[in-house]
Design a protein around this ligand. Sequence first.
Ligand code: TYD
Ligand code: MG
Length: 470
Amino acid sequence: MAKSAARTSPPKARTAYVCSECGADHGKWQGQCGECGAWNTLSEFVIEPAAAAKAGPASRRSGWAGKADAPKVTALKDVRHSEDARVSTGIGELDRVLGGGLVEGAVVLVGGDPGIGKSTLLLQAVARMAPTLPALYVTGEESLAQVAGRAARLDLPLDGLQALAETGIEIILEHAAVSRPKLIVADSVQTLWTESLTAAPGSVSQVRESAARLVRYAKETGTAVFLVGHVTKEGGIAGPRVLEHMVDAVLYFEGESGSRFRVLRAFKNRFGAVNELGVFAMGDKGLKEVPNPSAIFLSGGSTPQPGSCVMVTREGTRPLLVEVQALVDASPLSNPRRVAVGLEQNRLAMLLAVLHRHGGIVVGDQDVFVNVVGGIRVQETAADLPVLLAVLSSLQDRPLPDKTVAFGEIGLSGEIRPVPNGEERLREAATHGFKRAIVPKANAPKSGAFKGLEVIAVERLSQALESVQP
Ligand code: TYD
Ligand code: MG
């Protein structure tokens, strides 16, 4: 008797402490997250028992065998599904990053620093899609007049586009239930809040719960959702990285504040490849696509400078010429600085150790700064060789030979390893008028050559360093 009474009493709300970095749940507050080790990232979160959880599985648990509402296990091969139907966003570079267009019911988080152009991009995209895909643009940061003013300035067609200035998720979903859009943009997710939590709007728990509601709505109705988030890749103060687990795709908008070029990169995509890049230029008419971005990340100086090396990277499905810069300077510190911008910090430290051990070049008493021009990030190991050539060039204060490109991975024993798509990279360099390429031996063309491009194939780091000495 007592037992069954306990079973029917309503479940209580529980307080959890959730890490804003990794999303781990803790029973009590602590200064450091026990899962990911981050400091001061836990915040209070009241977890309300969901209505479904009260009535659903708990009641079934008392002997559902043979009943109609028994949970079903299905052979996966019998599950009916359709090919992901994709809708073009009307912006080729955005389609490319999404993996060929927007999928019905997909939830896409677009992150990036404030002012990078997230609102502009999404307004342009929904305006182009709205005639075929009725859209609801929810703005929590700007007034409707501001959004309309921007749309007018950008000459955007506004047919089929509804707008709502609102931050309460319950009200937003009520409106959506009435107007039944096929696409919702929530700008930004940081402004959303739900009545069911007492935490302050903007807190991690509010953002997480509001986003979860939208995700649920998207899956139930097949509505595609774009969430805008002021989320930098590092997580940042406003960055509830917890959202990344809940959504289907995470796109980051990158770029230097001084440069008009912007790069959109897929960081996670359930419907396509990651690391595909979309390139845009910000102008007075909003964002324009750069469908052929291959040479925009070169600094463009006519005379070669010490500390600079051009590499051919291959991000996604396109080769890209990118300039890597290094500055090596005598350090006043007992622990000299190693700073990498656009590259991985630990990889730089490793490369400098290989340079010392297998190239005989000492930088232990020097500060080393390495930067990728244009504010983009190079994640592939093909950057290893160009980084060390740039470091050597800065250390010796001597430019690399004019019109030189390089790429190649460097191993811990000083060997130069091949990278994928070598020939395609060389062809790109030749097309842009480069005269010599320092590349891994296995990437050198087996037969024939590229017009006007001398290929210097190297197997060891020492060979590569010698090849740039006069
Ligand atoms: P915005 O889309 O508001 O950034 P976010 O939503 O990521 O915070 O973009 C703001 C910046 O873009 C702003 O600094 C001005 C610039 N911009 C242009 O240069 N041209 C334009 O046509 C527009 C609309 C914005
Ligand atoms: Mg904005």
